[in-house]
Write a protein that binds this ligand. Structure first.
Ligand SMILES: NCc1[nH]cc(CCC(=O)O)c1CC(=O)O
Length: 308
């Protein structure tokens, strides 16, 4: 059997993720090769919104998959647009370990005890809006770059705190930097946050079989619900939208919470639904419908038009 070619971005986190998948497959006896692919999101500077947003980290990798230059794309699901791409299939989602956001700050141990008018580094509209909803005094400033760069900018004193995904810090063994895991009552994560998505060509049964053991059904159903919610809201990954899907093992039910916040934090709407895990897409649509009734689309359109 020829080696399975895994395609990944070149960032430290992306490479860790690709290596993790490769190790799992090799442990199962497969031969694996890793191929690095530069994406628009890696080469362009400036806020993500200004370079087109949607799919900046994933489009080139999906093109490589369609061109048969790679067999498996390892994505951070948070960066993967929710619209289906003809010819491709999200075939497996490994177990999601950490799905939340964390506060990293030398000044405070949680959001509410940050100093008045503290300067917070984040480029995410979702994080910005939820922070401002909690604390309208906070001064949100853009920050870009990989994890190392962001942590260095914090250490250099450019910010009083930054917000990052817990998953990335854990993978790169930088968890000693985590000051506080922000509770879900204060901040809902991005759709797909903390989960990997393994994408293949739709008709590639060989890769589908090889990847099947890496799938974790509860994580897969949870992210399907989150992605269905976002797709039905037509939000896109840059909208001020948060979601949290998870499975209650004892009840065998999938729970999904969703939130949409205006860019300035003034307006916040929430919705929830639950049901059997195999109805994940319906549950996502129900939450999207409830959010839409409360005016979600207006908040999203406004945030997009004004940048906040
Ligand atoms: N867009 C950046 C991005 N994409 C995935 C992660 C972290 C890991 C994950 O959520 O899977 C990050 C960094 C961050 O938000 O702190």
């Amino acid at each position: 059997m020829p080696a399975i070619r895994i395609g990944t971005r070149g960032s430290q986190l992306a490479q860790w993720q690709a290596n993790w998948v490769a190790d799992q497959l090799r442990a199962g006896g497969a031969e694996v090769e890793i191929i690095q692919i530069a994406t628009q999101g890696d080469v362009t500077k400036g806020p993500l919104d200004s370079i087109g947003g949607r799919g900046v980290f994933t489009t080139e990798i999906q093109a490589a998959l369609l061109d048969n230059r790679i067999d498996v794309a390892v994505h951070s699901l948070k960066d993967l647009p929710t619209e289906a791409v003809a010819g491709l299939r999200l075939t497996a989602v490994p177990e999601r370990a950490a799905d939340g956001d964390v506060l990293i700050s030398p000044k405070a141990s949680d959001v509410l005890s940050l100093p008045n008018e503290a300067i917070i580094g984040t480029g995410s509209m979702r994080r910005k809006a939820q922070l401002l909803h909690l604390r309208s005094d906070l001064q949100i400033r853009d920050i870009r770059g990989n994890l190392d760069t962001r942590l260095r900018k914090l250490d250099d004193g450019h910010y009083d705190a930054i917000i990052l995904a817990e998953a990335g810090l854990r993978r790169l063994e930088m968890y000693e930097r985590i000051r506080h895991v922000i509770p879900k009552t204060q901040m809902l994560p991005a759709v797909g946050q903390g989960a990997l998505g393994l994408e293949i060509r739709e008709n590639d049964m060989v890769s589908a079989d090889v990847l099947a053991p890496l799938n974790h059904a509860p994580s897969h159903y949870s992210v399907l619900a989150e992605r269905s919610m976002l797709r039905n809201l037509r939000g896109g990954c840059l909208a001020p939208v948060g979601a949290w899907g998870r499975i209650d093992d004892a009840k065998q039910l999938l729970f999904l919470d969703g939130v949409v916040v205006s860019g300035d934090g003034h307006h916040k709407i929430t919705a929830s639904a639950c049901g059997p895990p195999n109805r994940a897409e319906d549950i996502g649509r129900q939450v999207a419908d409830q959010l839409a009734i409360q005016g979600a689309e207006r908040l999203i359109a406004f945030a997009r038009a004004t940048g906040g």
